[in-house]
Structure formats: C-alpha cells, structure tokens
Design a protein around this ligand. Structure first.
Ligand SMILES: [Zn+2]
Length: 313
C-alpha cells in the first residue's frame, strides 16, 4: 500500500489566514525554521493507480496539483476528463474534512464512504452537496458501520483489496449541525479513527482527532505498522495562552502531545508502529525545528508529518 501525505496541518493550515501567533508571524517573515503546511489530507492506494482519499480537505485542489499520482491520466488522448481518485472515506462531518468533496463535483464518478449519520448531515441538511448527485452514479454513497470491515471498491465496482475498519473516537458533531438533527443521530458515528489494511496484511492507523487514549485504542495502535496520530496541540490550554480566550484541547476533542496524560507519554509504550504526528495546529511549538519541543518529539522516536511525504507499507 502506498500512502501520500498531501497535507499535515490542522484546520486553518500553517500559516492560517487570520493568525498572527508567533509561529505564523515568523513563517510569514521568513524567520521560521520549519515548514508551511496545508490542511490535513491523506491518500492511499493498493496499486499506485487508483487512490482513495481519507477525508476531503479544503486545500484539495492545490494538493492534487502538487501530487502527480492524483492528476488525470486518461487511457486515450480523446478522453479529457479522468481522475485516479476512486473514492473518499469520511471520518466526520467537519468542514475541514468534507469541504473538498465540493471541489470534486465535476460529474466525476466517485465512491463516498461515510457513516449513516455523517451522510445524512451532508446530503440531507446541506443542499450544496446535491452538486455531487446531478447524474446517476456520480457520487455513490456507501454507509458503513463503526467496527465493521469495509472493502474499498472503485466506482466500476472492482475490489481494490484494501480493507478499512473504523473506531468510534469522538461523540461531538460539528456546531453547524442543528440540535434537532443531532438528537436523531448516533453519537458513536460522530468522529472516527481508521485502520486500513493492505492485501499483504500491513496496517495504517489514521487517527487525526483523538479525544482520549484508553487501553482498547492502545491495543489497536500497537497492532499497526504506521501510525498517523493527532498532533493538533502541544498543551491543553495552548489556544487560550496564544489568543487569550477559546477552548482547551480537551474541549475540542484532541488529546495534547505534552502533559502526563498526553500522547507523547501515553504512546511511549507502543513498540510496533512507526509513529508520526499529523493534523498539527499552527500554534503548536513543535513545528519550530529550532525549539525544545521539536527536539523532545524527535528524541522520543516520533516524526512530524510534512506535506508531500510518501510512506510505503
Ligand atoms: Zn498561527
């Protein structure tokens, strides 16, 4: 299985359009030892020809243009419309995670895997998503159950050999979902982590939003070969420190990297997976490669994802 990291920042990207935090300011001034990043986006493929997106980021157009594997490769010169993107697996209904679907609306056949709750939010409550349903078999929505095994099938109904399992992680739906609708939904379907298994049995764990780390999750993570884990915030009160108000990491559904209950400490016992932080907020001090937080993460055996990385497993 090939894994491309097209984007590695949390919502807003790095730098973020309305942010003048020390990181964003230094990056814009050309005085930052570290990389700019687009909003988190991962693509996977069994054969390097057909790709599935994990979520669909608002930066998807630029991310496709930066990634030759995802650009059109029609079989004959007469065909002008083509995409190697076979489908999308959604893990929640957040704008940062679903807006890119609207960028894929050019009548291109696409399979969209989502829980029933997430599909209903997008297709029943948000009329713009009808642009994906203008002709029969444009976007084929497939509901999946959390915990079950999902076979990733391309729009021509061919099995790619990739298998996907989802874990229920967060129970909060985005703020734009009405209270009435929220009362009808299954809270276990609000935010998921994914375990993708290749035909050879190698496992990728994709966990960009993890509210807490328990023993069940630890067991799943230790059975993976590559772990892409929630690196959103360094501290629980990071946003409040930087902007003077706001929510804690915990309130936003992210376990911080640092602190005794943080991922650096809790996941230190994992032996098997290659450990990589992804979904890093622009305020996170570990983005600064000259700083002590970056050094600590690297000395602990973790990597920090960058846009354009490719992983093979
Ligand atoms: Zn910032």
């Amino acid at each position: 299985m090939r894994v491309k990291i097209l984007g590695s920042a949390a919502g807003g990207g790095f730098p973020q359009w309305n942010c003048a935090c020390p990181n964003c300011r230094a990056l814009r001034a050309g005085a930052f030892k570290g990389k700019a990043r687009t909003q988190t986006q991962v693509a996977i493929s069994a054969d390097g020809k057909e790709w599935f997106l994990l979520g669909a980021s608002p930066d998807l157009r630029a991310q496709i243009e930066a990634t030759p594997e995802l650009q059109p490769r029609p079989e004959s010169p007469e065909v002008v419309r083509h995409s190697p993107i076979a489908g999308v697996v959604l893990t929640n209904a957040d704008i940062d995670h679903t807006l890119g679907l609207l960028l894929l609306r050019e009548l291109q056949p696409l399979r969209v895997y989502a829980t029933e709750s997430v599909r209903r939010i997008l297709t029943e409550d948000n009329s713009m998503f009808k642009m994906l349903q203008r002709v029969p078999n444009q976007a084929i929505w497939d509901d999946f159950e959390t915990g079950g095994v999902l076979a990733l099938i391309n729009p021509c109904r061919e099995d790619t050999g990739l298998r996907c399992r989802s874990l229920s992680l967060g129970r909060h739906y985005p703020a734009y979902v009405s209270p009435q609708r929220q009362s009808e939904l299954n809270s276990r379907e609000a935010s998921l982590g994914l375990i993708i298994e290749s035909q050879s049995g190698k496992r990728l764990a994709y966990m960009p939003a993890v509210p807490q780390i328990d023993d069940v999750l630890l067991k799943q993570l230790d059975a993976s070969d590559i772990l892409l884990f929630d690196g959103t915030f360094w501290n629980d009160d990071e946003l409040i420190r930087v902007q003077g108000s706001g929510q804690t990491a915990e309130q936003m559904g992210h376990v911080p990297v640092s602190s005794p209950e943080g991922s650096l400490s809790k996941l230190a016992q994992l032996r098997r997976p290659r450990k990589i932080y992804i979904h890093i907020n622009n305020t996170n001090p570990m983005l600064n490669e000259a700083g002590p937080e970056y050094a600590k993460v690297r000395e602990s055996g973790w990597e920090i994802a960058e846009d354009g990385w490719e992983l093979d497993l």
